[in-house]
Unconditional design. Sequence first.
Length: 127
Amino acid sequence: MTWSDWDKTLLALVMWREARGEGREGMRAVGHVVKNRVKFTEWDRVIAAKWQFSSMAAPGDPELILWPEAPDPVFETAMSLAEVIYSGEDPDNTNGATHYFNPNVVLPSWAATMTKVASIGHHDFYK
């Protein structure tokens, strides 16, 4: 396994944890948010940094302890998406978003300082 394989696996995991109920487009969107943030730092620093993606690093988040079990067709989709997002072969369906949230669950204070650029599934996307 290479470091880029590890990065793609982490990307698939965050997409699966954050948006597995949002379908292919929702998982793509989360993947592109990660990639858009990576422009400013490294993959693992984006994905595993505290409070960046709650399912990956927020203490008490119920998603934090979930792992896909084979066979999981949704995780397999996430892995396929991670490959093309990581390589730059997939167009960004978020219009450059670096943040997102589900407005039915939370309204973060940072949303007031950013521009909404997309709504995909149950999430609103901002940059």
